[in-house]
Write a protein that binds this ligand. Sequence first.
Ligand code: CU
Length: 120
Amino acid sequence: MKRRIFLNKAAAAIATAAFPALLFTWPGSAAAQARNHRVEISGFKFTPDRLEVSVGDTITWINRDIAPHTATASDASWDTGELVRDAEASIAVTAGMETSYFCAFHPMMKAQLSVTAPDQ
Ligand SMILES: [Cu+2]
């Protein structure tokens, strides 16, 4: 009886000792850090209108207005296309991508991305 209890405790000690090592090595992988960001379009505004993203992340825009909108790069290098009400579209964040964008139908609607390189 006493021996079994001891073994269980030893197994638990090994598990807790091994886990922090896993967590410690994991952040080195860029894939583990990729995130999805959501930008809501409502009231003819992008929310948030300033978004910090990393290379490898994705950004999803969803239109909550009755009017159609787009998220279109200022230099037209990327574009969600027309988003009707409740439609959404995603763009992958790439190094050097254009960071300012607007709505092609309502050019006064503007927003900004801040792109950082993934951790080495
Ligand atoms: Cu619009």
